[in-house]
Design a protein around this ligand. Structure first.
Ligand SMILES: C[S@@+](CC[C@H](N)C(=O)[O-])C[C@H]1O[C@@H](n2cnc3c(N)ncnc32)[C@H](O)[C@@H]1O
Length: 307
């Protein structure tokens, strides 16, 4: 059994390493990764919306660049492996273009099979005035073949009615649910990393560790390789190392390379603070939060006009 505390973060890929943060373009890192060697690729790519780390590209050029990376990930993916591409919307002159819709054909052309389009729902974000505020992104999950690794047990969630029993038939009187919990479904309610989230760093769009833990635990085994071509703050490798997998990723901006290394090293020391996978979403009603009381209840319409 490999001891987490023995891991040192390397900067070049080697089959015997456990954690690799490559400083540079993911295509350069992918050249070093052998065919069929990765069990899971998880990433949130740049969305081409003009964040500090991306040059806004023409949409066709963006798709061509993504296609290059996705094809290389496919080459390096094990026949039993999965790719999870976490995306939101590209915004063009205030009209939205869902990136999963425009990237789906890239995966389909490679012959990959989509297993789920997971809705990641969160409750905080920008307030829109001319459309409904966006409160979800998606994870496109594809496999390379029909013979793919998938284990529900480590990611089951509590049953809604654990006391429910079969009421007729040969199992009448026995509990009907799985004692390990139920399938978490394809709609995941997990807080996004905003300013008051325990994982927040200076990076503008981290995903939460718990989101990736679910994918790592259900789609890979211990000692498998997990890869993130657009590593950002190292979240994917944190989730991999936490669960005894090997993690490798590339990040093009040196400041984020440094941040990723620090977070992974902190995880190795057992010091990284993250939101636990099994913590229910904060419910202000249940918590008795006084801000739940409306100052306007009982006011007439003229008092409700703001500004
Ligand atoms: C959406 S962020 C990923 C954030 C990450 N999921 C996390 O939790 O921190 C995308 C990252 O990809 C990096 N990036 C952009 N193009 C890249 C490339 N060609 N190779 C490697 N990294 C790249 C950006 O600098 C940015 O940090």
């Amino acid at each position: 059994m490999f001891e987490k505390s023995d891991i040192t973060v390397q900067d070049t890929y080697g089959a015997n390493e456990r954690a690799v943060v490559f400083s540079g373009d993911c295509i350069d890192l992918l050249r070093d990764i052998p065919d069929n060697s990765l069990q899971l690729v998880v990433t949130s790519p740049p969305y081409n919306i003009g964040k500090e780390y991306e040059k806004r590209l023409d949409l066709n050029e963006y798709v061509r660049q993504q296609e290059r990376v996705i094809s290389e990930c496919y080459r390096a993916l094990s026949p039993h492996g999965s790719i999870c591409w976490q995306v939101g919307n590209y915004v063009d002159k205030s009209s939205i273009i869902p990136l999963d819709a425009i990237l789906y054909p890239v995966f389909a052309k490679l012959g990959m099979k989509m297993r789920n389009r997971i809705i990641w729902h969160f409750e905080h974000g920008l307030h829109c005035r001319k459309r409904f505020s966006g409160r979800y992104e998606t994870i496109m999950w594809f496999t390379k073949s029909d013979d793919y690794k998938f284990d529900l047990d480590p990611v089951r969630v509590p049953q809604k009615y654990p006391g429910k029993k079969h009421f007729k038939g040969p199992k009448a009187g026995q509990y009907s649910g799985n004692p390990l919990g139920k399938n978490p479904s394809d709609v995941w309610v997990i807080p996004n990393v905003k300013s008051n989230h325990v994982e927040k760093t200076g990076h503008p769009c981290q995903y939460p560790v718990e989101l990736i833990e679910r994918l790592v635990l259900s789609m890979s085994d211990e000692d498998d390789w997990i890869f993130d071509p657009f590593l950002g703050t190292g979240t994917t490798i944190v989730a991999a190392v936490r669960h005894g997998r090997c993690g490798v990723g590339a990040e093009i901006l040196p400041a984020y390379v440094e941040l990723a290394r620090e977070r992974i090293e902190s995880e190795i020391r057992g010091e990284l603070k993250t939101r636990p996978m099994d913590r229910p979403v904060y419910d202000p009603e249940k918590a008795g939060n006084s801000l739940r009381h409306s100052p306007w209840s009982g006011a007439d319409e003229s008092q409700l006009k703001l500004g």
